[in-house]
Design a binder for this molecule. Structure first.
Ligand SMILES: [Zn+2]
Ligand SMILES: [Zn+2]
Length: 118
C-alpha cells in the first residue's frame, strides 16, 4: 500500500496527490519517490527502481532524491516511509522537516500525508 502525499511551500508552491510507494500489483518493480531536478528546478515523481532515472519534464538525469541531506532537513514525525532496503539498500523516508522548494529555492517546503492507496 502506498501513500498519498502533498507538498506545500510558504511561497505558494503546491504539488498535490503524489502517489508514493508501490501498489499491491507492482511493488517489486515500481516505487515512486519525489526527486528534485537540478536542470529544470522542479519536483518530480520518479520510479526508484529505474536504473536510468530521468526527469519526466526535461529528460535530465541530474536528479536528487528528496531524502538527500543536500535538499532536506529532516525533523519531527515521519510522513512517509517505504522500506526498499532489499532492493536499493535503504529505507526511503520523508519527515515533517524542511525541504528545498523547487520554486523559491528556500527550505520552506513541507510534505504532508494525505491518504493511502493500494
Ligand atoms: Zn527536469
Ligand atoms: Zn517555495
Amino acid at each position: 500500500m502506498g501513500s498519498m502525499i502533498n507538498a506545500k511551500c510558504k511561497c505558494g508552491y503546491v504539488k498535490e496527490n503524489m502517489c508514493l510507494g508501490g501498489g499491491m500489483m507492482n511493488f517489486t518493480t515500481e516505487c515512486s519517490f519525489p526527486y528534485y531536478c537540478e536542470d529544470c528546478n522542479s519536483l518530480v515523481e520518479v520510479n526508484v527502481y529505474d536504473a536510468n532515472k530521468k526527469c519526466p519534464e526535461c529528460n535530465s538525469n541530474n536528479l536528487i532524491s528528496y531524502d538527500d541531506r543536500k535538499i532536506c532537513k529532516p525533523k519531527g514525525r515521519e510522513v512517509f516511509s517505504w522500506n526498499v532496503s532489499d532492493e536499493i539498500g535503504k529505507e526511503l523516508t520523508l519527515s515533517e522537516g524542511d525541504y528545498l522548494c523547487p520554486d523559491c529555492g528556500k527550505f520552506n517546503l513541507r510534505f504532508e500525508h494525505y491518504g493511502c492507496w493500494d
